[in-house]
Design a protein around this ligand. Sequence first.
Ligand SMILES: [Zn+2]
Length: 54
Amino acid sequence: MQKCECGNYSLAKICPKCGKETQEPKPPKFSLDDKYADYRRQTKKEELKKKNLI
Ligand SMILES: [Zn+2]
């Protein structure tokens, strides 16, 4: 299944709705995203601590 940037899903390489090229949806990377989200949260917290905001 391909997905077009217009939001339409199609099996075709070209979207029948808008005529643009469809893309294969990227597989979700939950573990990696979570890891970086945690890291970002931690970094943000450290920054706030340094500025004595919390
Ligand atoms: Zn489209």
